[in-house]
Ligand binder design. Structure first.
Ligand code: ADP
Length: 393
């Protein structure tokens, strides 16, 4: 909601303050009435004024001194001021140090129409300045978003050129080998007689060399397929509309844990689930988040000790925070950032994975105005935290 425009009135005589307020009462503004320079300065700490109407002759700090102080302060430097005084116009030029900001004056007795006219002009200027400031802020926000998106695109280009290239090089190499094998087979078969040694060679080519090349070709194709499917998944994520509902995390986690039951039993993992607060989110996507976190907690357990995974949560102000904790291999401090980047894996040759899970989780949470962060020690275990909007207002 837009805040009402606030105008500061400074005059040591209450009847003058009341008169000013009355003249300006037709404006859609709130008037903060103060009776001395000190009171006025205190009011600027709590309010953001569009304009100040300042009486010049006041006991103690006079109007000129007050405005000088206001103009030295970063917060009130640009505050427009209208001096209200019985003294003559020329005295205005004696004000020292008032070079910046908009300053005007009105002499007493006040002609209401003139005061209203002046004040309206200043308020209009203030509105315009606010609008320009808002546009600048919005522009800055968009710029930051653009830089982020650009970084992401660069990463994707890196992946396409690097990660997709290595399986491609494999396919090229092994296809060439297949080609050579075919030529050998053809030359043996086109001879008039086939000796037992030839037969041996043929057998070894068809039974060992060719299947081996094919095996590498197939696994490279699979890898490419996985990477492309991942990219597609990622690009679709941003297009799907969110269906935000209250989520009972206890039943969501129970369902996720059930999906991993076979593995948990097979690997004798101890899984402890605490009572979880509910939250607001898209059920399918939050399910994916928790499923990925549990999947990782299981995948990156330390084979040297019994796996223990704890899932717990708490309500914190307007958020619900959840943690998936494991006693697995842990993550080095230097790697804590890059694991959230697309296709980054710390141990690319171990276990299954595309290095996409945490990136997708990050994106899902971003769309939910949530967050993910990790606390971890190499060799000890990891705690992945996520925060989501809570279900209570
Ligand atoms: P993936 O598991 O498919 O490789 P993720 O994006 O889910 O991809 O994770 C990226 C990397 O972060 C993993 O390859 C792994 O090195 C590290 N990681 C993720 N979760 C954990 C965990 N619970 N313990 C240790 N390392 C982890």
């Amino acid at each position: 909601m837009l805040k009402k425009t606030e105008i500061l009135l400074v005059d040591d005589r209450e009847e003058n303050l009341i008169a000013l307020e009355k003249i300006l009462s037709s404006l859609d503004a709130t008037f903060i009435k103060t009776m001395s320079g000190d009171e006025a300065l205190a009011a600027t700490l709590e309010h953001e004024f569009a304009l100040a109407l300042v009486d010049i002759q006041m006991p103690g700090m006079d109007g000129f001194e007050l405005v000088q102080i206001l103009q030295e302060d970063e917060k009130t430097r640009l505050l427009p001021v209208i001096f209200v005084s019985a003294i003559y116009k020329n005295d205005y030029y004696q004000i020292k140090g008032i070079e910046t900001g908009a300053v005007d004056f009105i002499t007493k007795p006040i002609i209401p129409e003139i005061l209203l006219g002046k004040v309206s002009v200043f308020l209009e200027l203030y509105d315009q300045r606010k609008r320009i400031e808002n546009i600048a802020k919005e522009k800055e926000k968009l710029n930051i978003e653009l830089i982020e998106k650009n970084k992401e695109l660069e990463q994707i280009i890196y992946v396409i050129s690097h990660d997709l290239r290595s399986p491609l090089v494999n396919i090229q190499g092994f296809s060439r080998e297949l080609d050579t094998d075919m030529s050998s087979i053809l030359s043996i078969l086109s001879a008039d007689t086939i000796t037992p040694e030839d037969r041996e060679i043929l057998f070894s080519l068809i039974n060992a060399d060719i299947p081996e090349s094919l095996k590498y070709i197939f696994s490279s194709i699979n890898k490419m397929d996985m990477l492309l499917t991942g990219l597609l998944k990622l690009s679709r994520l941003g297009q799907k509309a969110l269906e935000i509902k209250e989520i009972d995390m206890n039943s969501l986690i129970a369902g996720v844990a059930e999906d991993f039951e076979f593995q948990i039993k097979e690997e004798n993992i101890e899984l402890n689930i605490g009572h979880l607060p509910s939250c607001k989110g898209d059920l399918t996507q939050i399910n994916q988040v928790m499923s990925n976190l549990l999947d990782n907690a299981i995948k990156y357990l330390d084979p040297g000790r019994r796996g223990i995974i704890n899932i717990y949560g708490r309500a914190e102000n307007a958020h619900s925070v959840y943690c998936v904790e494991d006693n697995g291999i842990g993550i080095d401090d230097k790697d804590k950032k890059i694991i959230f980047e697309i296709f980054h894996r710390l141990h690319p040759h171990d276990s299954q994975g595309q290095g996409l899970g945490l990136n997708i989780i990050g994106k899902i949470l971003e769309r939910h105005s949530g967050k993910i962060w990790v606390e971890s020690r190499l060799g000890t275990g990891s705690k992945f935290f996520i925060s989501l909007p809570g279900s209570k207002k």
